[in-house]
Design a protein around this ligand. Sequence first.
Ligand code: CU
Length: 167
Amino acid sequence: MVTEISAFEASRAPRFGRAAGGMRSVRAVIRSSGRVGQVLRFAGHFVEMAIAMEVGMIALGPVLSLLPVADAVNHSPEASALAMTASMVLPMAGWMLIRKHGWGHAVEMTTAMSVPTLVLVAGSLAGLLPHSAAAVGMGVLMWAGMLGAMLFRWRDYTGRGHHAHQR
Ligand SMILES: [Cu+2]
């Protein structure tokens, strides 16, 4: 019995060693200045901001429903697209400031993510576009805007550690 356990432990030990080594090399790749490291850090920043947006949407939804504007938001596709964009973009910008990306980049990304929706809302209210257009701005163009703003600043969002983002 004892020998069985020790044999089991012996067989597992190298596996843990390999796993630890694997973790170390994953970290080394993430920190490296190579292409793969850059892409991983870029993707990491994107995921962080996406999480801030989802958390904001989930957290601010109930708050919004308590406000006097709730009725307008529920009945107007334009108002609901604007409210949802704000509830996602503002926490994203806040998170960028916390992560020391700087005001410049936060404002730039906020603009890239909000302007398409504002344009579609304006067009919809003017009767030039269908009422459903506003939701396209929020659901698709907001994410495209975020990705675009990040690609535009590729070097800043692939930098190692958050100090790389400060100018
Ligand atoms: Cu951002």
